[in-house]
Design a protein around this ligand. Structure first.
Ligand code: GLU
Length: 337
């Protein structure tokens, strides 16, 4: 096991800069135009209310850590955040409990199996493995402080709103539709309980988890929420410190390993920044110290990631120089004209 040696040494940051604001704005529009006609992929329908989504919708937003946000397309269209909420609820729980407890209770390793796998839980002795699969997300939601499920839910609702910098509301139709059809999540919660890994009533926790997934956001909101994680936990628009810089670091490392379902490795290889997607078509991608991209388009690939969102973010990662693994010796030695 890798120890938390890094926790005992002062941490320095390793970041660069975005190009000027006008260029970021223009590249955001270019990315939108490049992929707006792409019609590969299918709208999710395993939650009946999601099947009604208009597949033509496409919103793209980039928020910088200075608070400037650049929007293109349907960037003010509201959709349910779904699994993207897992990233932010995880950050809130890390803020409450700290690095070691959350690492031990929820885990940080990819399962290599689908997000709603029961087998992953069985194979790992009931340990959820990471907070981005449903088992880990339900376990994380259950760790949220609060004396009652209603208090826990209220802290999640206000916490997500603080990340967005405005009061978010829930889509009652999506919530009700998912609660009618989510037997699998209820089964996962019962299984967690059977392994002694849930301190609360399993169905109450699935209820809160389903509510958090039904919160309505826009691509603009996602980019501000992501920029908060890129900005050491301070919302760059409101100036509010939502979580600590250590929590941002821990959350982004988990997203890098597991944020994009079973394609997390491929995503990191091609795009090179932590991200989280959801089945309604939202994606948030975060470039630490620089900013964040929020994308929304309902057509998904076979792993559940928005096709247009993924392509637009790949383009912006290259054009804005976001890939965390890219370096250039010529730039350092001044050999580039
Ligand atoms: N609420 C959805 C579920 O639990 C979220 C899935 C997702 O966005 O990956 O199935």
């Amino acid at each position: 096991m890798i120890t938390s040696e890094s926790q005992t040494v002062d941490q320095q940051v390793s970041t660069g800069h975005l190009p000027g604001e006008a260029e970021v704005a223009s590249l955001t529009t270019t990315a939108y135009e490049r992929y707006r006609q792409l019609d590969d992929g299918r709208v999710a329908d395993y939650i009946p209310a999601l099947a009604k989504a208009d597949p033509a919708l496409f919103g793209l937003s980039v928020s910088e850590v200075n608070g400037a946000t650049h929007d293109a397309g349907d960037s003010d269209y509201s959709f349910s955040i779904q699994s993207v909420s897992k990233a932010f609820v995880y950050a809130l729980v890390c803020e409450a409990y700290g690095h070691a407890v959350v690492k031990e209770r929820v885990g940080v390793d990819n399962t290599g199996l689908p997000f709603n796998s029961v087998m992953a839980l069985e194979l790992n002795g009931g340990h959820p493995m990471n907070p981005m699969v449903n088992a880990g997300a339900i376990a994380t939601t259950a760790m949220m402080p609060g004396a009652t499920p209603a208090e826990q839910w209220e802290l999640i609702r206000t916490g997500l709103s603080t990340f967005a910098g405005r009061q978010l509301t829930m889509d009652g139709e999506v919530y009700a539709s998912e609660m009618k059809t989510n037997s699998r999540n209820k089964g996962i919660a019962r299984l967690l309980e059977s392994y002694g890994r849930l301190d609360h009533d399993p169905l109450d926790m699935v209820d809160i988890y389903t509510r958090q997934c039904a919160m309505l956001v826009t691509s603009h909101d996602l980019s501000v929420m992501g920029a908060t994680l890129a900005d050491g936990g301070m919302n760059p628009v409101t100036g509010e410190q939502v979580v600590s810089a250590e929590v941002c670091r821990d959350t982004l490392s988990v997203l890098a390993a597991s944020g994009m379902y079973e394609r997390s490795g491929e995503w990191l290889f091609e795009i090179g920044i932590p991200a989280k997607s959801g089945v309604a078509g939202g994606i948030v991608a975060i470039a630490p110290g620089k900013g964040s991209i929020g994308a929304f388009s309902p057509r998904l690939n076979s792993a559940g990631n928005s096709v247009r969102g993924q392509r637009a973010i790949a383009y912006l990662s290259r054009a804005l120089g976001l890939n965390l693994f890219a370096s250039d010796s010529k730039r350092q030695t001044g050999k580039v004209a």
